[in-house]
Design a protein around this ligand. Sequence first.
Ligand code: IVH
Length: 678
Amino acid sequence: MTSPRKPAASPVPIPQAVRAEIEELRRQLRYHSHRYHVLDRPETSDSEYDRLFDRLVELEKQFPAAVTPDSPTQKVGAPPASAFGTVRHHVPMMSLQKVTDETEFLEFHQRLIRLLDGEEPAYVIEPKLDGLAVELTYENGVLTVGSTRGDGAEGEDVTANLRTVRSIPLSLFGKSPRTLDVRGEVILRRSDFARLNTERLARGEEPMANPRNGAAGSLRQLDSTVTAARPLVFYAYGIGRCEGLDLARQSAALEFLGQAGFRVHPLVRLCPSKDDVMAAHRSIGTQRDELDMDTDGTVIKVDDFKLQERLGAVSHHPRWAVAWKFPAQEETTIVEDIIVQVGRTGIISPVAILKPVRVGGVEVRRASVHNEDELARKDVRPGDRVIVRRAGDVIPEVVKVVPGGQSPRARPFAFPRDCPVCGAPTHRDPDSAFHRCPNPACPAQIKERLAHFVSKAGVDVEGMGYRYIEQLTDKEIIRDVADIYFLDKDKLNQMERMGPKLAENLLAAIDRARRPDLQHLIAALGIDGVGEHIARVLAKAFGSLEKIAAASIEELQAVHEIGPIVATSIQRFFAMPQTAQLLKKLKDGAMVFPVMAGQAAGPKPFAGQTFVLTGTLVAMSRAEAAAKIEALGGHVAGSVSRKTNYVVAGSEAGSKLDKARKLEITIWDEEEFLRRIK
Ligand code: IVH
């Protein structure tokens, strides 16, 4: 078993005042870490947190005997281990029986009623998160052992790694049972998975196949500092042993776990009847794509522990629970052809044209293979049978080739040396695995740049679909993205399927897109390596486009999360004469360049955060509230999306509030909002 850093041999006596300060620092750090990593409602700045943390580190260094295993300083990873030990689960971690449709679920339900002599149980429904099952043992409220599920009877001792997961408390809040085994799933969010994979691909490394593999690989690292660097998240869904606390129901257990400091999934519902279960399952299913994590179904559990006990278990699974599976996110199909596609930055990527297949309820006809190296590594050829994966709104990708394809196999795909659209000779970036078309005037690049510019991630021109983008660029009405600000009725009239009403709407949408906020403007520019997340980081750090353009490589790199590759790319972008021309043209097209409030005067605690206001506020109008948020550095958006950080909900808030709940966005009521702006 791995243990936290050991105290020094001959302890220096610890003065009472120091003890008290250490206790207070730990209390504050735990409180703020929970607000940040579990509730998503941070109350303090990163720098203030760091200050408290550094002070604690300093005191613990001075008085090593004061170090305890549950000190917040012990979350950073321990020295590498040479192998994992094994841990026996006191209560076996069983698996679940499965159903795939309503009929099968109803059979399950009827079976339970029979076994319970006619009694109809109430259920709890939970999303079935697709990660890695783990068990955490707390003795008197302090985390002592963390293990993987393994074969259900025995798992691997990954205590050192689990300690680094931010949403796993090292000690519990409130009154703790003597012994408590907390069970749940360690996951990697889809957005984090995508970001980590982009970074890997840029470094020429092999990408992770899916978030579950990513989570498992991150957790099974012998060097826990590697795990600490991965943004793993833990969701609690049950308990094993529980000594010294009486819990009668699954719903009560989950509530207790939430209060003890764990994340419990917000889509968990108590369902008094089978009909409620079916409705909740459908509802979770429709929200599946929008969640930032993979789910492979729902888990339905009898709520009452006494009834669970009466129902008992068969060899591998309990009778009182069932997994209701969603359609799979991975399917097999045949590759009909391989083509290459030119992206907005000129990157040429191979695309597999597939025999259409439904994946997770959506028809997939093409899948990405990223780059030439990936194509070679996966060795995908026309006629091959492959596994494709689609999750959320990300582009489907080929996971791997499986047996059963055409035989003999076709020849390996010959990666073209010229751009398939404009014919320019391509070159391979020396520092990455991508081939590029070097011609910025390549029609394919212009289309993709424009599509990106007007997308939701960019300046968000509603109604500007790909159909129009193709026509506008093919007819050469648009030669660069700034041309959209020079569109008028006459120009739009030249397009097919464009009536006067549509044209009017589109021009109004373009007009609205003349005032993007800074992070969206930066993202819209399509700088290599600068996606939505980095755009926000840049906006927060610099406050205006001019300042970013003027920043040196060193200044860019000094920003947390910006490495040398991205810094170089940003500088290169702003050094290009075409960029200067583009920015001038955007201004000529009456675009207003945003400057983030925040650089000017006063503290900006809301910098980089997006708010949505909904419902009626009592103390002020929504406009006043918006002005207040902006003065504090925040951005106010009109609709709730995954980019929203906070929703301020007044009375009678409606669909926006529902959406915020669905997306797990932090919600403030008016009282909370007023407290924050003070
Ligand atoms: S309950 C007897 N609840 O599904 C109860 N499992 O086959 C067994 N899983 O790998 C587990 N979300 O990690 C339960 N809300 C949830 C779950 C869940 C995901 C995974 C679990 C295990 C598998 C069970």
